[in-house]
Structure formats: structure tokens, C-alpha cells
Design a protein around this ligand. Structure first.
Ligand code: GLY
Length: 341
């Protein structure tokens, strides 16, 4: 798929001393050294599901590259890989002046970002997202983490990258399922914050023509939310829309569904009847699942394990009409009523 996007777009994320640019440019991988300081030791982290030429293109521009490839999938976001990345840096005598580059999707960004946040109390981190999900959402905003004992993202840090370099050409090699899973996160942002973006996704007849605007629209929402609430004290919770039930489904099925597919299923119960009627056909149009076999009894223990469960209540996001949201503080008993039987 050849995307139609503007020649180059730079979105500045204003976070005072942690501010950075998100550069979106077709073919940007080949020009990475124009944007990233690679004239030092660079840990280049990727996974075996990412076409290897992407990380090689970055590695070839580094003065002293240390390339690492881990197995694809959420299972890699673990303590062993985190320790392995730290050991690689230590073995190669990385100092505070060196850096980490993540080349891949959300798993690679979260894991490498966390290693960068912790090595010598924090070294420079660059994110080069190559999936739609990471380009519209996870590479921005500084959430880094690993999973522990089956609980997703339970150990991590807010650690902003020094730059995010998005090359939309990398989406040309992404399969339809991954593309749709990424689109689910764009749908998520449109539902809480931008009815026009939702219409664009809903009415698209040619995703390759519209994806550039969809990425841009999603990034502008993410920018605005993260700038107002970088550490998820309030507003940023809206980016977790669909994730409470979604994370439960993801944990219960343990790898059967992609993260974005779980978000798609997790959004539907958190909308008004009218929004659900509009949303379901859009998810189906992009071949996203809208329900799963597991019922309330099976999912609830996995949902309550989610880190957002805060003593007696949990914050969930509800969409009463497209482009609007409510942050609801509910008990676990009330949450049960949202989960389909
Ligand atoms: N992906 C949700 C967030 O960045 O807050």
C-alpha cells in the first residue's frame, strides 16, 4: 500500500524540559541521522516480526551500533529481556552520553524505553515506530513498561523519548490484521475527542489515501492530551478508553488477539446504545472482532487484575456521543454490569 501523506510533518510535543518533535516523513528511516544523534554508541532494538532492513537501515547510520533482535509478541515484554538489554549496554560500556533506538511496534518501544529510562538513571531514547498502532499511539507520550506475572505494564516509568521518527512507508509491509489493530486505537481517539476523524475513518473508501490524515488526526489528539496531563492524573485516562475490558480479554486469551483487537471489543460495552450502533459496523468494516466467547465470569478476574483497579473503585471512560467522553469512577460490582454476559 502506498500511502498518500504530506512530504514532511513535524508535530512538537510541548512538555517543558521534556519537549520533543514527532517527525513524520516518507522514507525517513534512510535519513534517520539527520534527525537523531547516532554519532555514539546506539543500542538498536527490534523484533523478528519487523522486516530486518528497517533496523539495519538505522544501524548502518550509527557510529557504534549494538543491534539486538528479540522474539515478536507481547510475551517479550518481560523482565528477562529488560535485563538482557541492560546487560548489553553494560557489556558495551555504554555511558550516559549513549542512547537507545526502538525500531518496531509497541512491545519494542515499551521495553526499550524502560531500559533507556533505567540504565544509569536514564539515557537518550529515540522511538522509530513501524506499526500503525505505535505510530498513532504508543510511541508518543513516554509510557514505557514491561509485564510481570501476567499483569500488563505493571512495572514501568514515564520517560519521554528525545524524538519520534515516523516513516509511513514502513506500513507498506504491515499485514491487514496489524493495520486494522492499529486503526482501532485511532478509532478510540476519534470517539472520545474528534467526531470528524471518526467520520473520516467510517467513510473511507481508500485507506491508503486517508491514512496520512488519520495518523495526523490521531497524533494531534494524543499531543493535546499528553501536554495537558503527561502523567495520567486525569485527562490522559481517556486514552485508556476500551482498555479496561480490552486488557482483560487480552490477558484471558493470552496471545490469541492483538492488543488493538482487544481494544475494539473493549470499547463497545463502554458506549451509549446510539454510539454502539455507529461503532460496530465501523469495526466490522475493518475486520476487527466485536465480541469473544468468554463471558463475564471468565473475564472479570482478568479485568480486576488490571493495574487501573484502585482499591474500591476504578476509572472507566464512557462515550455518550461521538467526540465526547465521561470519566466514571465505579466499583467492581458496577463494572460487572458493563461486561457482556
Ligand atoms: N496509550 C495510552 C497512553 O499513552 O496513555
Amino acid at each position: 500500500m502506498k500511502l498518500k501523506v504530506e512530504e514532511r510533518l513535524i508535530i512538537h510535543l510541548d512538555l517543558e524540559k521534556d519537549s520533543y518533535d514527532i517527525v513524520i516523513e516518507r522514507g525517513a528511516l534512510a535519513n534517520a541521522k539527520d534527525y537523531l544523534d547516532l554519532d555514539r554508541k546506539v543500542l538498536v532494538v527490534t523484533d523478528d516480526g519487523v522486516p530486518k532492513e528497517y533496523a539495519e537501515t538505522i544501524t548502518s547510520q550509527c557510529k557504534e551500533p549494538v543491534p539486538v533482535t528479540i522474539p515478536q509478541g507481547e510475551g517479550s515484554k518481560n523482565f528477562e529481556n529488560y535485563k538482557m538489554l541492560l546487560s548489553k549496554m553494560l557489556e558495551a560500556s555504554f555511558t550516559r552520553k549513549d542512547c537507545v533506538v526502538a525500531v518496531g511496534g509497541g512491545v519494542i518501544g515499551d521495553l526499550s524505553g524502560f531500559a533507556a529510562a533505567c540504565y544509569m538513571r536514564g539515557i537518550d531514547f529515540y522511538n522509530v515506530p513501524t506499526t500503525l498502532l505505535s505510530q498513532v499511539d504508543s510511541s508518543i507520550g513516554g509510557k514505557t513498561a514491561i509485564d510481570l506475572d501476567g499483569v500488563k505494564n505493571i512495572v514501568g516509568a514515564f520517560y519521554q523519548p528525545k524524538k519520534v521518527l515516523i516513516d509511513p512507508d514502513t506500513l507498506n509491509t504491515l499485514d491487514q490484521r496489524q493495520l486494522s489493530a492499529g486503526l482501532a486505537e485511532a478509532v478510540k481517539m476519534s470517539l472520545t475527542s474528534d467526531a470528524e476523524l471518526f467520520e473520516r475513518i467510517k467513510n473511507s473508501n481508500d485507506l491508503s489515501a486517508d491514512l496520512g490524515e488519520i495518523i495526523k488526526g490521531s497524533l494531534l489528539i494524543k499531543k493535546s492530551v499528553v501536554e495537558q496531563d503527561p502523567k495520567e492524573q486525569g485527562l490522559r485516562k481517556i486514552l485508556n478508553f476500551g482498555h479496561t475490558i480490552g486488557h482483560g480479554i487480552e490477558a484471558f486469551y493470552d496471545g490469541k488477539y492483538l492488543h488493538g483487537e482487544c481494544v475494539a471489543m473493549g470499547m463497545l460495552p463502554m458506549c451509549s446504545e446510539d454510539v454502539r450502533k455507529e461503532l460496530q459496523p465501523v469495526l466490522e468494516k475493518y475486520h476487527l472482532p466485536v465480541s469473544c466467547d468468554a463471558g463475564r465470569e471468565e473475564l472479570l478476574p482478568f479485568i480486576l487484575h488490571d493495574k487501573k483497579m484502585n482499591q474500591s473503585t476504578i476509572s472507566v471512560i464512557f462515550v455518550p456521543s461521538i467526540g465526547q467522553y465521561e470519566i466514571r469512577e465505579i466499583t467492581s460490582e458496577e463494572l460487572e454490569q458493563y461486561i457482556p454476559q
